[in-house]
Design a protein around this ligand. Structure first.
Ligand SMILES: [Zn+2]
Length: 523
């Protein structure tokens, strides 16, 4: 069995490799969550109804932290047989593969994480913070990015709170000293982006974005004291960002976008329709427009199109990092784009994970996947691809990928297939090199000038374990003269007529399309 598995692994397409140890078992289609948030203490009460499409006769597996007391579980309204094993509830259903059933899990308890409850009185805050698999610490769910679902919320909270949640607010009712908030998102979204929040909050509109394709309201939701700085600072152009990304990627995936000041441990977290930002960074005015651009780009890539497996998280983080660079390009032109990509390259060159590939099946710690490979190196995968394909085909391909996988899931193979089709040729060699090889090329540049010619030898001197790289059409600047070399193999040689301004200096890639390094002091 083990041998057969390893044979299958060897034969598997490296761009489709799945490494998550736990995968979705059945398909959760929708969640209905009734949640009561406390005015004091940290006990919550929840009832989560999930509609499932079954993929087998196996029990339904629901993720939920052991700190909660489960009052009961039903299947299609009847008490179900269930057992608990660690963080999982296994619910027997008696239905066949292909059937649809509903489960309801009713539970109480004080979450230790995932839903973070802090402070008292005016400063009390309650915010979900799910990434990567911390939703299960408060929300009974199938907590995996490969299983997206819609969600409807009924959130009961003290009347002094403003409540936010993933989706659109439909109505608020008053019930004694509480208010009941109804939100829903009709587009299937990953569980790690299904969040709620409650605090004393001020909401400020910053306009509409995405018009005329889909005009959506964009707003800033913050602690009242921190509102003015935010709307005049990093969020001032946040509606315009939606316009720019709409033009580059396609119609905004949801009906609204809110930027929310919260207790998240991340600088920003791209929850669908309601991006959560670190309140510490926000209050210290240490939140940049680049972070807002990154999180906004995630609404398309990460939220609307999600990776099917955590190990393909570059499809989320690399795209968002490149989204921030595209915003810089929109504001500051090509020079700003190049500066940002050079900064990204510097981060990759200095990172410990440079010795690992982007698709790193050996890394089992999900938090550790938030690294320089998933972010800046992932942005470089896209940037060099753009250089290879040209702007027109590249952006057409991005739009086609978004359109095809919107509200669904993809692996790197799916993205490569769309880009290959758009390019009209297979770029699999490129995707394999960029995603499955560690590191980047390091060149030793050797030049030899004769009376009328210059010979340039580019020798790849990186760690042998990284392998060799192809860089077709690499541009070189020879003393003001532009030439190209199709870099392939250990040594690539080019002989060029000697430019009049030859100084002995060669600059590789003056237009900044490739991620590489140069070993200095070699001739
Ligand atoms: Zn991100």
């Amino acid at each position: 069995m083990l041998l057969l598995f390893s044979v299958v692994s060897l034969l598997q397409d490296p761009l489709s490799v799945r490494a998550d140890s736990v995968r979705p078992r059945h398909d959760a289609l929708s969640y209905e969550v009734a949640l009561t948030l406390p005015d004091s203490g940290s006990r919550i009460h929840a009832a989560v109804t999930t509609r499932w499409r079954l993929n087998s006769a196996e029990p339904i597996r629901i993720d939920l932290d052991t700190v909660f007391t489960v009052a009961h579980i039903t299947v299609n309204g009847r008490d179900a047989e269930w057992r608990r094993s660690g963080f999982q509830l296994y619910v027997s259903h008696g239905a066949a593969s292909g059937a649809e059933v509903s489960t309801e899990v009713v539970y109480d308890g004080a979450p230790l994480d995932g839903l973070v409850i802090r402070g008292v009185g005016e400063t009390r805050t309650i915010f979900a913070d799910n990434w990567p698999d911390r939703a299960r610490k408060w929300l009974a769910s199938q907590d995996h990015p490969g299983d997206k679902a819609t969600v409807r919320w009924t959130i009961t909270a003290p009347a002094s709170f403003t409540v936010v949640a993933t989706g659109l607010l439909s109505r608020v009712e008053t019930s004694g000293s509480n208010r009941i908030w109804h939100f829903a998102i009709e587009e299937p979204t990953p569980v790690h982006t299904m969040v709620v929040g409650a605090a004393r909050l001020a909401t400020t509109s910053v306009g509409q974005g995405g018009c005329p394709a889909r005009c959506i309201p964009v707003s800033v939701v913050s602690y009242p004291a921190d509102s003015a700085w935010a709307v005049n600072g990093p969020f001032k152009r946040s509606a315009e960002m939606v316009d720019v990304f709409t033009r580059l990627f396609g119609t905004f995936p949801y009906g609204e976008l809110r930027h929310v000041q919260t207790s998240t441990i991340f600088g920003g977290m791209e929850n669908s329709t309601a991006i959560f930002y670190s309140d510490k960074a926000w209050s210290a005015h240490n939140l940049s427009e680049g972070t807002v651009a990154h999180e906004t780009a995630h609404q398309w890539f990460g939220d609307a199109v999600s990776q099917s497996d955590w190990h393909h998280v570059w499809l989320s983080e690399g795209f968002a990092t490149y989204g921030a660079a595209l915003w810089s390009e929109y504001k500051g032109g090509t020079a700003a784009l190049r500066t940002e990509m050079e900064n990204n390259a510097r981060t990759v060159r200095a990172a410990a994970v440079r010795n690992r590939p982007i698709l790193d099946t050996a890394e089992n710690r999900l938090m550790a996947l938030l690294n320089a490979n998933s972010y800046p190196k992932g942005s470089w995968v896209l940037h060099s691809l753009r250089g290879l394909m040209g702007d027109s085909a590249f952006f057409r391909g991005l739009g086609a990928y978004y359109a095809q996988y919107r509200n669904g899931n993809a692996l790197s193979r799916d993205f490569a297939n769309v880009m290959n089709a758009t390019a009209g040729r297979s770029l699999d060699w490129y995707f394999t090199q960029a995603l499955t090889q560690p590191g980047f090329p390091i060149f030793a540049v050797h030049t030899k000038a004769r009376s009328d010619s210059v010979t340039v030898e580019l020798e790849q001197v990186q760690d042998a374990a990284w392998g060799l790289y192809r860089l077709p059409g690499l541009v070189l600047d020879l003393g003001g003269k532009r030439v190209t070399m199709d870099v392939d193999g250990k040594v690539t040689r080019g002989i060029f007529s000697k430019p009049s301004g030859w100084t002995g200096r060669v600059k590789l890639d003056p237009e900044t399309w490739w991620l590489f390094d140069v070993r200095e002091n070699q001739q």
